[in-house]
Design a protein around this ligand. Structure first.
Ligand SMILES: N[C@@H](CCC(=O)N[C@@H](CS)C(=O)NCC(=O)O)C(=O)O
Length: 321
């Protein structure tokens, strides 16, 4: 990309400056340099104005990169950078950046009409633990998002209509007002963390961020998954959703308790799961421990640090979400 036409024109102008002395007198070269500088700036201005006009009039179709208009202001993380890339791709760039921007897979669904306006919504599942993670996260951030609650017991998430939104037929799902779909509780939380970084729930600084990731995954894989397996394979209410293997449910009880013992030891030296700050790992921990009740696994009284932590996180207003 040529950012400044003077960089090309100046050597040419200098070469000719000798001739200009004859035309402009002794100051010929300086006059020519000023002229070239003025010309270069004007050209930049004209090109910039042209693309700004093109952008505001919707005259370029970057549809595969970002939808026009709706939601640009609301979702800067998605739109602004794509819009700029598209501008470069269409208007300026001649290198690989252009093709990258146009080839990038779109996050927008094209196979159904895009909702318009202010209709971001969270597909929720009532008492189901994963949507609750997102609701607690939103409450901690002070963000309100309209909910559409699906009755999982009535298999409302198994409809074709919902499969078009999330082919995995699970909740939560966040649908943005431009039709972008985000599934997976932590991905949804990360989106809101990006929009509203305060209070930081994914860690402060590189080390804490890594530890939040580490503990959140540890809790998901060694506690939540186990409690979930116990519930899904043993609870009568799950018969319609799970091909139940009771032995697998039973096998997961001691695994959940083993991890809980580890967590109890860790919580001896700090307030929360990662550090003395409340983070998304505490949210995953809280919903996992609360999930033990319907899964019918008792938390041993001897886990005093765990009980102290659980009382503390349960007392936060967000826990009621
Ligand atoms: N990994 C997903 C899990 C989502 C998930 O399993 N959600 C449950 C509710 S807690 C669900 O939709 N279950 C419906 C089913 O199993 O058919 C996440 O983190 O959001």
């Amino acid at each position: 990309m040529i950012s400044d036409p003077r960089s090309v024109l100046t050597p040419l102008a200098c070469e000719r400056a000798g001739h200009c002395v004859a035309i402009f007198g002794d100051d010929g070269e300086q006059h020519l340099r000023r002229l070239v500088g003025f010309f270069g700036l004007s050209l930049n201005f004209v090109i910039f104005s042209f693309f700004m006009w093109l952008r505001s009039s919707g005259g370029y179709d970057a549809n595969d990169v970002a939808p026009q208009g709706v939601g640009d202001e609301d979702h800067p993380a998605v739109h602004k950078s794509d819009g700029v890339d598209a501008l470069f791709a269409v208007g300026f760039a001649s290198g690989s950046g252009a093709s990258d921007a146009l080839a990038r897979p779109s996050v927008f669904r094209h196979d159904r009409p895009r909702p318009t306006g202010d209709d971001m919504k969270l597909y929720d599942g009532g008492r189901a633990p994963n949507p609750r993670r997102v609701r607690i996260f939103l409450a901690e951030k002070g963000i309100e998002v309209p909910l559409e609650t699906l009755d999982l017991g009535a298999l409302e998430h198994k409809t074709e209509a919902f499969a078009a939104i999330n082919p995995l037929q699970r909740v939560p799902v966040l649908e943005l007002d431009d039709g972008a779909i985000i599934t997976e509780s932590i991905a949804i939380c990360r989106y809101f963390e990006g929009l509203r970084p305060e209070p930081p729930l994914f860690g402060r600084g590189a080390l804490e961020a890594a530890l939040v990731e580490m503990w959140n995954r540890r809790v998901e894989l060694n506690l939540y998954a186990e409690v979930s397996a116990v519930f899904r394979h043993l609870h009568p209410a799950m018969r319609s959703m799970e091909e139940q293997i009771p032995a697998w449910g039973e096998a997961n009880k001691p695994r959940a308790l083993d991890f809980l013992a580890l967590l109890d030891r860790e919580l001896k030296d700090r307030l929360f799961i990662v550090s003395d700050h409340f983070t998304v790992a505490d949210i995953t921990g809280l919903v996992s421990v609360d999930f033990m009740k319907p899964a019918k696994i008792d938390v041993p009284e001897s886990f005093v640090n765990l009980h102290r932590w659980h009382a503390q996180v349960s007392a936060r207003p967000s826990a009621r979400a």
